[in-house]
Design a protein around this ligand. Structure first.
Ligand SMILES: Nc1nc2c(c(=O)[nH]1)N[C@H]1C(S)=C(S)[C@@H](COP(=O)(O)O)O[C@H]1N2
Ligand SMILES: [Mo]
Length: 541
């Protein structure tokens, strides 16, 4: 016998009315679908809520939902990921989470609808989804069997909920009220009550689990309370005039809150520094591990470095400049003593991301750092707390591993980093770039004197000259702001007197200190960084 609400849209709980109502087969079909879908979604809610709650106690890696999301990210084809970063920028994760949630709801609804026809098949679907989720969880970096407990118990609870909400008699059931008159109104009410109770329980348990895991997560509190030691070598004070005198330019030092963020982490890794360890191993004479206290007790260096992302398009904003505090990686490697033949260090984060950095780059005097501080504070959680790498001159994808926990000295032939195995290059020296920041593209400025400005970078080589071209006229030298170091970006400005009203175009190009001109040929970011001269159009009113 089916619960009544799925028998007729016009159904009413008053028995007297019921007697006169004809059951519409069409309405019945839709209500059955709706009931099945609701059953599936509520059962999934119970599954995830219970799993979330238990994950607060058992899991060492993320909860089932986020493990699935993370695995999804790792298996997303490169073109789709590039599209997501290009289209949604830093919102890419929100979009992913929403799509995943939508996908989960759809699958759950399907399983519920199927369960209403044939319970065993619906239940098998749920088990199949659970197996896939289990595979996602167990393959996360650092996962153990304990991480499966929340999923197992959650799945059991979800299956129970599915059974509890699925009518006992299924597709073959007759639609007529049974002999007792209208037990159907009872079953309808029973279904609604049961659904409401279970849905409420899922919300309460899920919210409780989330609160619990947040409360048990000490990383943020520890980070906020952490006092970093004074560096042995302080950064040289910034020269006056690193900021070009043009209103609206990007600040020379990027505040932490405004620093671009790019990573594959769906949930920011939460690492308690007292649990943090760096393992140094591979082709070395001396393998060792280093604790956070040991790192802080080392001779720390402070230095300004502009970080840039290989995914940055011409004129894009995936670049930031900060004062980093850290321990030179050349000291770490000097202690490990790489063996002959090694040419790469594969750095791996707690969440499994990895980067391949040429060994010599980490051994020369450029101050490649195991960084603990950013602009006078501990690293923000989303920028790698407690420890990340910062390597001047290389794009982040081959050097700037956040939440770093492992350094393996190896060779490019034997190992590849996360993005290299997804179609990007294995090496990533930063290409000379420049951009116009003021006026804004398609912006409007008053007639008279127009201030134009922007920044340029060529980490390790430095910027020696910037030129601008107005309306396809001759290239003219821009005024360079003071240089902080070869590893930071350099601002430039150009004052255009007597700009006539109308639409104008400004183009910029930079030279590094070797005198090499920025590449003119337009190229997309993949596989080793975009090239091309930035050009914008604006209107003088
Ligand atoms: N663990 C981890 N570290 C990572 C990444 C990542 O996905 N995971 N992305 C890298 C990339 S591509 C860049 S550009 C920089 C960005 O650092 P930011 O987010 O602090 O700006 O981090 C690098 N380090
Ligand atoms: Mo990047």
């Amino acid at each position: 016998m089916l619960p009544a609400p799925f028998m007729a849209a016009t159904y009413c709980s008053k028995d007297s009315v019921m007697a006169n109502i004809k059951i519409s087969p069409l309405g019945t079909k839709w209500l059955r679908l709706l009931g099945g879908a609701a059953t599936g979604v509520i059962a999934a809610g119970i599954l995830f809520a219970v799993a979330e709650l238990l994950a607060a106690f058992f899991a060492t890696v993320a909860s089932p939902l986020t493990s699935v999301g993370s695995t999804f990210i790792d298996f997303t084809p490169a073109w789709m990921k590039n599209f997501a970063i290009a289209t949604f920028g830093t919102n890419d994760k929100t979009v992913l989470l929403l799509s995943l949630a939508l996908g989960a709801i759809l699958l759950a609804a399907v399983a519920g609808i199927v369960a209403w026809r044939k319970f065993a098949v619906g239940a098998t679907l749920v088990v199949a989804f659970a197996v896939v989720m289990g595979a996602c969880i167990i393959t996360r970096s650092g996962a153990s069997l304990a991480d499966l407990v929340p999923l197992l118990v959650g799945t059991a609870a979800g299956l129970w909920a599915l059974r509890f909400l699925t009518p006992k008699v299924q597709a073959a059931a007759t639609l007529a009220p049974d002999a007792a008159g209208s037990p159907t109104s009872h079953s309808r009410r029973a279904f609604l009550v049961r659904s409401a109770v279970l849905a409420g329980a899922a919300v309460v348990v899920g919210a409780g689990g989330t609160l619990l895991s947040t409360a048990r997560n000490t990383a943020r509190a520890v980070r906020d309370a952490l006092k970093l030691p004074t560096p042995k070598t302080m950064a040289a004070p910034l020269p006056a005039g690193v900021q070009a005198p043009v209103d609206g330019l990007t600040p020379f030092v990027t505040p932490n809150a405004d620093f671009y963020r790019i990573d594959t982490a769906l949930i920011v890794p939460q690492i308690d520094p007292s649990q943090w360890q760096l393992r140094v191993h591979g082709m070395v004479e001396q393998e060792f591990t280093m604790s956070f206290d040991e790192l802080l007790a080392s001779e720390l260096v402070e230095t300004y470095v502009t970080l840039t992302c290989v995914s940055n398009v011409v004129g894009g904003n995936l670049a930031g400049n900060a004062k980093w505090l850290g321990y030179p990686l050349r000291e770490v490697l000097a202690r490990a003593k790489p063996k002959p033949g090694a040419d790469m260090v594969l750095s791996t984060s707690s969440d499994g991301f990895s980067a391949s950095t040429p060994l010599p780059v980490l051994q020369d005097d450029r101050n490649a750092l195991l960084a603990v501080g950013m602009n006078g504070e501990p690293l923000p959680l989303e920028h790698g707390f407690p420890v990340r790498m910062v390597v001047p001159g290389l794009y982040g994808f081959v050097s700037a591993t956040k939440w770093v926990v492992d350094l393996e000295v190896t060779t490019f032939e034997q190992k590849a980093g996360y993005w290299t195995s997804r179609g990007w290059s294995s090496h990533g020296p930063i290409k000379t770039s420049s951009r116009v920041e003021v006026p804004r593209a398609l912006g409007r400025v008053p007639a008279g004197t127009v201030a134009i400005g922007g920044s340029a970078w060529a980490q390790q080589r430095g910027i020696s000259k910037v030129e601008v071209q107005l309306d396809n006229g001759p290239w003219q030298p821009a005024t360079l702001a003071a240089e902080a170091s070869l590893d930071t970006w350099r601002q430039w400005s150009f004052i255009w007197n007597g700009a006539p009203a109308g639409s104008h175009n400004v183009k910029v190009r930079a030279y590094d200190t070797d005198g090499t001109l920025q590449v003119q040929q337009q190229a997309p970011p993949e596989p080793d960084g975009s090239t091309g001269w930035h050009s914008i159009t604006f209107t003088v009113t």
